[in-house]
Design a protein around this ligand. Sequence first.
Ligand code: EZ4
Ligand code: CO
Length: 408
Amino acid sequence: MKIESVDVVVTSPGRNFVTLVVTTSDGVVGLGDATLNGRELAVASYLRDHVAPLLVGREAHNIEDTWQYLYRGAYWRRGPVTMAAIAAVDMALWDIKGKVAGLPVYQLLGGRSRRGALAYAHASGSTLEALFRSIRTNLDDGFRAIRVQTGVPGLGKVYGVGRDLAAGERYDYEPAGRVAVPVEESWDTGAYLRHIPTVFEAVRAEFGPALPLLHDAHHRLTPNQSAQLGRSLEPYDLFWLEDCTPGENQEGLRRVRSQTTTPLAIGEVFTGVFDYQTLITEQLIDYVRSSVTHAGGISAVRKLMDFAAMYQIKSGFHGPTDVSPVGMAAALHLDVAIHNFGIQEYMQHNSQTLEVFRTSYTFVDGLLDPGELPGLGVELDLEAAASFEYTPAYLPVNRLLDGTMHDW
Ligand code: EZ4
Ligand code: CO
């Protein structure tokens, strides 16, 4: 069964998505997510101009060989553009294999290891009152684990805090920043470090000791500041502290790890196993944060998680709304199949996105499930996709109060 055509669909139902559509000589269609938030067209071009022409005529069943062909064949290794492109091809070929076999992809990965994948929601508020409302709405929706982000006194809008919602109002999706140039936010690490422990103290007092709570520091701290934060949060028993420090310098996590028992999650911006090598072999983290979309696809993330399993490290795959429903479905098939599943991030896509991508995954009693359709279980409505034209969008940038550029 040969690959007959390869198309790239760019659509923007509220935010931009890049989807690879692979069609075989038997007419089987596979989908892959290639969305790289804020740099979408670079991956679309990489796929259209440099990958699609190489795929036509190849055997669709040879997933591993195609992965190696694209990775080794590029000569230039790793990098988010390359790895997102390879991920999309890999997902599409798993989707095809599942459809041909008549089995959901998780069955091809070894079958089910659990009833469903524990999901965590995003709660936020600029004030404690708004935050509590947001947590309650998520609990009412069935979530059993909650990420907590709040405003910091003295700062304007900060990462992870959406518009304050009324009671019962749903957090539709994270705004894509559809702006011609990035919005600028400001940051003060001292104010943040002083404020966050008071927030978790209040949340624990209100919601009790058992609710799993998560927090994302979004790459803003040094290892020593991370150690300080980890220690100050120990009384509140976090499920994890995410991206405390930028991960490029893996050795930096040694300092954090040796100073605090707060569990650590890292890796949403990583592109593959080599970014994790020291973190995993020295057990410097507890959770792998990669998305299937940004770390080379189902094949690569499966291997990454098998490597992590030898060091008792679990999954906590990235699941923001800038991962498309196709990328989300790919994560869910891995979530229910692998032994060392930890938790799955889940932000619901907006209704326009779900018109373009017809999903079959479910969220019941706090658990996500990929469903039983053959392949990944997501369909792309090409007509709906065409009605949402690409719109330039950028993530914000971040400056310290004196104007120095900082990590966002
Ligand atoms: O900022 O996906 O844990 N989740 C995150 C996300 C990222 C966005 C970037 O595109 O950190 O909200
Ligand atoms: Co994050």
